[in-house]
Design a protein around this ligand. Sequence first.
Ligand code: S3P
Length: 179
Amino acid sequence: MQNKRARNLVLVGFMGAGKSTLGKLLAQRLGWRFIDLDHVIEARAGRSIKEIFSASGEETFRDLESAVLHSLLELERCVIATGGGVVGRAENWVAMRQLGPIVYLSASWEVLISRLDGCSDRPLAGKDQGVERIRQLHDSRLALYRQADLTVDTGRGDPAYGVADIVSYLEERGIWRKI
Ligand code: S3P
């Protein structure tokens, strides 16, 4: 039986950390819904993230991101994968903490950059950005990601390891129980 206190689970982490991959598996395991914040933003804006960045700039994207995040506050039993930059605004932390426990999916820089290689749909990780700039962005966010309630390493190959860590965390706190 699922506990009454069950709310949601929020995944944060840098681009390439595996938030969508692990998030979908986790949602399946918990019997919760999976929500990808970036997809909700795209659906509401009627444009891709890349188009929003190129036509209106990053600030407009960040405003949309915050607005969409705040519109999710009534949700229950959802695994919510956020975009890598959501951690930059204090107001987003207030919303995420209301949604439920926040899990930081971490991986070494080497793993992240190899996963981002050849990726063309992320405006902040494209070839024109240059590896050094992506690294600086990553390093500048580390202290923010570490404000999460739990850190899970996704550099271990199989995302099932991360899913198991998060399920144990939720079970130990009575947030989720196997039926
Ligand atoms: C961003 C990460 C992206 C997306 C946008 C900006 C970032 O999401 O929100 O391109 O600032 O790190 P993913 O982390 O899912 O790639």
